[in-house]
Design a protein around this ligand. Structure first.
Ligand code: IPT
Length: 999
């Protein structure tokens, strides 16, 4: 029966549910029987919601239907047969017409059979649990409609006792991609419909434990349990046991269930996630929990756990995977969290919804401070001045309360959860305040966070996203009169009385962010500032293929979306395939929990090294402190520092070993804190923290040897093994090698293309216009050259060029002087801009092209900063040493190709072919001691800038070497502040001196 007349009004009903939905409760580990309904289901997709509901009948011929796995998202199944994913950040992919959604509403019908086990006949009730369905679903069992629900990343349990029967049963589910609930789920991510988390049938025994909540506090070395047991009178006596503590409590009636002291315990912390197994048992059911004893508290403007201030070195974690989307994979999640630990991440904000429930078990176990966020975002109303925002509309109140109730009830037992977050970017309003009031009444043991409560009207911590370094400092500063965003002076004063955290900062899109260390420095100076959560942990690329079959990670616009937000979803410190980007190494170095300060005593380095333990509560007894000395990157001595355990918050000075200082090489001392034993997340010897001390003696660079007797020349000649054509190098030792050419352009990073952030802090930025747009306007990507002069002397050649761009009256003078200096060929380049260049420059460098010949350049070895790329405001992970890499490894495959690969402060560089040196280059410091950086790539900046995806890069026939006297910083202007002035590259005169020789 075609039922276009069907009543679909529920799709535009803000009410979160219909039918026999059960009250929210904890997601418990129990010995009561359960049956997973994961696996293949019969599936049919319709373009609208109005198809007949006859499929839900017990008897229905679904033989012609496809099979789809549960859990999965239908748009990621069937190779496009079931539609495509849509990526939007803030925009709604449907008209803003709340609470209505379009008739074009992809609707997935699911069916499967299951056998109800015989022994389940003894169960009192049978529940069907859905851990995640996007976005609205209805449920039938044996043709009986049970109910429906929304709240995609929330758990819903239905009572199906009356509908099931022993033996064969049929369950049918209808999922609509859009409903009123879609207005509440406008998070910055892919829209991915389907039954994407587990479906489980639960037998509830008579006299079982319906719910239990163990608030496990820690005070003065002792643990205290405040229990709450939800069970019928028949369930009693209920027995709680903590075998490890020898605790047993028998409660004969609900009145007995009262708080009690468990005696001395080890506390739980993110650093030492000590868990105690607890069982809560009735005659019919045993529930097993893991208690972590910890007390969360706000005292003044401090956020404390177990009485000690917490500093969040956190990340925003979305559930995303290139093939699975938001479908959870426990092994992958565990490895992902272990990776976080290895990179010194100590906190997770579950942006912007509760993760799969098992994730919190892993967080308890591995140790993270978790800000658990509710599934709520209405960001798209921003576009209409927040008119009609559900957050302040009484019709949506019930939906808001339902969401926060399901969030808190499901995960309330986890010690890792230390803050509840109401959601993200949902404006402000009475419904959010009501959520907060509900949480406050239900859980007095954890504060409430919501960034959108700018004025601090109903939440407990002050939170911001992407505030600049300057602004963040003002938030932390007592007596600062600087106004706070969206606050009156009085509201600002109120916010300054609270702990502050950055729920998002350091937007890690593409190459960046810069300035991580500047934010971290503030945390030290201003205890009100409790750190924050980098946006974000990983890229959300979806695995797909280019027309030519090349695999790649798709982003917005790659799936034919009507509206989309491009690559704004590729903003993680991890690439889509789990590969950490250099930003994650930078993060690790910046937040390392041990700080080394050399010297400090009157007698300089003889003061040894001060080792400060910045941890929350763990001492350093799990660490060993190793040292080594290198001469020009070659190890010459090593050992271990003797140091007693340093308590958290403490510091101790260790004497340094005698350092043999080389006369003709740089001498560097490196110290490392490494794990003394393996942990659940890293092996013994894993480096937790590191620092370097430069002990080099003075080694002045050779002076420029002046030449005389210059005369005009055609410039076609040889100097040593170098061949020149028209004054330009054409070959070195028989290898084709062309250059130098002035290069001022870099393929714009996502931050270079960004327009956000307050510009007054960066003298270089223009409000609303990206730096990249200014560079293109000024023609930095299309420089042309006019050769003014070619001259030679006895063993030297020099050229003078005027470099400029079409329609520009500004220029750069480039003088290149080649000279034989003994065995070596020196190139000195003097780069002098004309006056009047208006913007920052991406770089000041010269490029060389090495066409593929008999010995194509395919790698580099260098002595300088490495091993990864570094930029002026992202240098902390880099160390001075000797490194090598293949040419492919020198570039990071960012989802959208952009500037990558710059290695700073190079001293020696060898370009290699199949491991042997083709050319060797020594970089001399300029008169101020500054050293150049280098980039070796298969593509030019111009080629990279033209590609939207890696597969669009043209076939390459040459290696390109760029030696930069300077590079511009990174900043995080894709969503945040521009490059800090100190790291912004203003046009200026620069000198490069390179000594080259054939390999
Ligand atoms: C902020 C969002 O909260 C987050 O989900 C993400 O979209 C991030 O931006 C950018 O990637 S909101 C923004 C308007 C600051």
């Amino acid at each position: 029966m075609p039922s276009s007349s069907a009543d679909l009004s529920y799709l535009s009903d803000p009410a979160p549910a219909r039918g026999a939905l059960r009250a929210a409760r904890s997601w418990l580990h129990t010995d009561a029987p359960s049956l997973s309904l994961n696996g293949p289901w019969r599936f049919r997709l319709s373009a609208t919601a109005s198809v007949a509901e006859d499929f839900a009948a017990e008897v229905f011929d679904d033989a012609g239907w496809d099979a789809i796995p549960v859990p999965s998202h239908w748009v990621l199944q069937g190779d496009g047969a079931y539609g495509r994913p849509i990526y939007t950040n803030v925009q709604y992919p449907f008209p803003i017409d709340p609470p209505h959604v379009p008739d074009e509403n992809p609707t997935g019908d699911y069916r499967r059979r299951f056998e109800l086990p015989e022994r389940w006949s003894r169960a009192e009730r049978v529940l069907l649990r859905f851990d995640g369905v996007e976005v609205f679903f209805r449920l039938w069992v044996n043709g009986v409609e049970i109910g429906g629900a929304s709240g995609s990343r929330l758990t819903h349990e239905f009572d199906v006792t009356e509908a099931v029967r022993p033996g064969g049963n049929v369950v049918a589910v209808r999922v609509h991609q859009w409903s009123a609930a879609s207005y509440l789920e406008d998070q910055d991510q892919w829209w991915l419909p389907g039954v994407f988390r587990d479906v489980t049938l639960l037998a509830r025994p008579a006299g079982g434990v319906e719910d239990v909540w163990l608030r496990a506090g820690f005070d003065g070395g002792r643990g205290r349990i405040e229990p709450e047991v939800t069970a019928g009178p028949a369930a009693f006596p209920v027995t709680l046991r903590v075998p490890e503590l020898g605790v047993e409590r028998v409660w004969t009636s609900p009145e007995d269930v009262t708080p009690f002291d468990v005696g001395p315990v080890e506390p739980w912390s993110a650093e030492q996630p000590r868990l105690y197994e607890v069982t809560v048992a009735t005659a019919a059911e045993t529930v097993t929990l893991r208690a972590g004893f910890r007390t969360v508290e706000i005292r003044g403007d401090r956020f404390l756990v177990n009485g000690r201030r917490v500093v969040f070195h956190g990340v925003n974690r979305h559930e995303t995977h290139p093939e699975r989307g938001r479908v959870f994979d426990e092994e992958h999640a565990r490895e992902d969290l272990a990776r976080m630990k290895r990179f010194n991440v100590n906190a997770i904000r579950t942006s912007h919804y509760p993760p799969h429930p098992r994730l919190l078990d892993l967080a308890d176990e591995l140790g993270f401070w978790v800000v658990l966020e509710c599934d709520l975002e209405t960001h798209g109303f921003d576009a209409v001045g927040w008119a009609g925002n559900p957050s302040d509309d009484p019709r949506w109140r019930e939906a808001y309360l339902d969401r926060v109730t399901r969030t808190v009830e499901r995960d309330k037992n986890h010690p890792s959860v230390v803050i509840w977050s109401l959601g993200n970017e949902a404006g402000t309003g009475a419904n959010l305040a009501a959520m907060s009031a509900w949480v406050h009444a239900r859980d007095t043991g954890r504060p409430v966070h919501y960034e959108g409560d700018h004025a601090g009207e109903y939440t407990d911590v002050y939170s911001r996203m992407y505030s600049s370094v300057l602004e963040t400092e003002q938030i932390g500063t007592d007596g600062s009169r600087a106004p706070l965003l969206h606050c009156t002076p009085a509201q600002g004063a109120r916010q300054r009385t609270r702990p502050f955290l950055l729920c998002e900062y350091a937007h890690a899109m593409g190459n960046g962010p810069g300035a991580l260390d500047q934010y971290e420095a503030l945390v030290d100076r201003h205890p009100r500032l409790h750190g924050g959560f980098v946006w974000e942990w990983r890229d959300h690329g979806i695995a797909t293929t280019a027309p030519d079959g090349s695999p790649y990670f798709g982003y917005g616009g790659d799936f034919g979306e009507v509206v989309h937000d491009g690559n704004f979803v590729m903003d993680g410190m991890l690439l889509s395939d789990d590969v950490p980007t250099p930003s994650l190494y930078e993060f690790k170095a910046v937040v390392q929990p041990v700080r080394f300060t050399f010297g400090g005593d009157a007698d300089g380095d003889n003061g040894g090294v001060l080792i400060a333990n910045l941890r929350h509560s763990a001492d350093t007894s799990d660490l060993r402190f190793l040292w080594r000395v290198e001469h020009d990157g070659t190890p010459v001595a090593s050992g271990e520092l003797a140091l007693p355990a340093v308590a958290a918050g403490g510091a101790a000075r260790a004497p340094l070993p005698p350092v043999p200082v080389a006369r003709d090489a740089e001498t560097w001392l490196t110290v490392e804190a490494v794990l003394a034993a393996g942990t659940a997340w890293a092996q013994e010897g894993h480096v937790v923290a590191t620092a370097q001390l430069d002990r080099s003696g003075p080694r002045p660079a050779p002076a420029v040897r002046p030449r005389t007797g210059w005369r005009s020349d055609g410039g076609t000649l040889t100097l040593g093994s170098a061949e020149f054509d028209g004054g330009t190098l054409s070959a070195l030792a028989g290898q084709p090698f062309a250059g130098p050419r002035l290069e001022l352009f870099r393929a714009p990073t996502d931050n270079d293309e960004g327009v956000s952030g307050a510009v007054e802090e960066s003298d270089a930025s223009v409000a609303g216009v990206s730096n990249a747009a200014l560079w293109r306007r000024d023609g930095l990507d299309r420089l042309t050259t006019r050769r003014l002069r070619v001259e030679r002397a006895a063993d030297a050649l020099r050229t003078l060029d005027r470099v400029s761009a079409a329609n520009s009256a500004r220029w750069v003078t480039v003088e290149s002087v080649w000279s034989l200096e003994g065995e070596e060929l020196e190139l000195r380049v003097e780069i002098t801009p004309s006056s009047g260049w208006p913007t920052v420059w991406p770089r000041i460098g010269v490029s060389f092209e090495l066409p593929d010949g008999a010995r194509p350049v395919d790698g580099a070895r260098w002595f300088g900063l490495g091993p990864l790329e570094s930029y002026p405001d992202s240098l902390r992970a880099a160390r001075t040493g000797r490194f090598s890499a293949g040419i492919g490894e020198l570039s990071v495959p960012y989802a959208r190709p952009q500037e990558t690969g710059h290695r700073s402060q190079v001293r020696e560089l060898a370009l290699t072919s199949a491991g042997t040196e083709v050319v060797r280059i020594a970089a001399l410091p300029d008169t101020r001691g500054r050293r150049p950086g280098f980039t070796l790539s298969r593509h030019t900046p111009q080629q990279i800038a033209r590609a939207a995806h890696p597969f669009e890069l043209p076939a390459s026939t040459a290696a390109h070497l760029i030696v930069d006297a300077a590079q511009h910083g990174l900043g995080s202007r894709a969503c945040g502040p521009d490059v800090w002035p100190e790291f912004a590259l203003r046009p200026e005169a620069r000198t490069l001196r390179l000594r080259m020789s054939a390999g």
